[in-house]
Design a protein around this ligand. Structure first.
Ligand code: ZN
Length: 195
């Protein structure tokens, strides 16, 4: 089932979400929610979706970054962004336990602020501990675009959005991003728009 994605201004996007217990994770209700969130993320389409974005203040997110989402990028852009396909997985009660300095800046968007994009600095590497949909514990070390997605989704679970970290002068409509900026190096965009 496709769920409604709430937009900026919905209070739930600004509230810290609560963790789930192992019993709750295995409940029919949460298993159904996970399936619906996967359907909703794919339908949007997006590479991640957090429960607050569908109006539920729970520490749950789904992530999937399939290879065919990267077809518009040339090999150099893929390498710069550290793009690698990420299979579908579920993130419950995640914690970032280690991160590198927030350095690389790339354009980021959000399904809850649809139609816009801005440059956002993010850590190149993060270590995350979380539970999966079976309440099994995991620890992953991620880098590049996957690390960026993890930071974006985990932000949602703490009531934070990319606009809290963005380089505000680079905020633009997706339409204008595609029209004017998509093939221009980040450093030049920052120089022309100002930081
Ligand atoms: Zn988002």
């Amino acid at each position: 089932m496709i769920l409604k994605i709430v937009q900026l201004g919905a209070e739930v996007l600004r509230q810290p979400a609560r963790p789930l217990t192992p019993e709750e994770i295995q409940s029919l209700e949460i298993q159904r929610l996970i399936a619906d969130m996967c359907d909703t993320m794919r339908d949007a389409p997006g590479v991640g979706l957090a429960a607050p974005q569908v109006g539920l203040s729970l520490q749950l997110a789904v992530i999937e970054d399939p290879e065919h989402y990267h077809q518009e990028l040339n090999p150099q852009q893929l390498a710069e962004r550290g793009h690698r396909p990420v299979p579908l997985h579920v993130l419950i009660n995640p914690r970032i336990v280690a991160r590198s300095e927030p350095l690389p800046c790339f354009f980021e968007g959000c399904l809850s602020f649809s139609g816009f994009s801005a440059l956002v600095p993010r850590s190149q590497k993060v270590t995350v501990e979380f539970l999966d949909e079976y309440a099994h514990e995991h620890r992953i070390e991620a880098e590049g675009w996957y690390a960026r997605i993890l930071q974006h989704e985990i932000d949602h679970l703490h009531g934070n959005l990319y606009i809290d970290h963005m380089q505000a002068r680079t905020l633009m409509t997706l339409e204008n991003y595609k029209r004017y900026w998509k093939d221009i190096p980040v450093s030049e965009i920052q120089r022309r728009l100002g930081k």
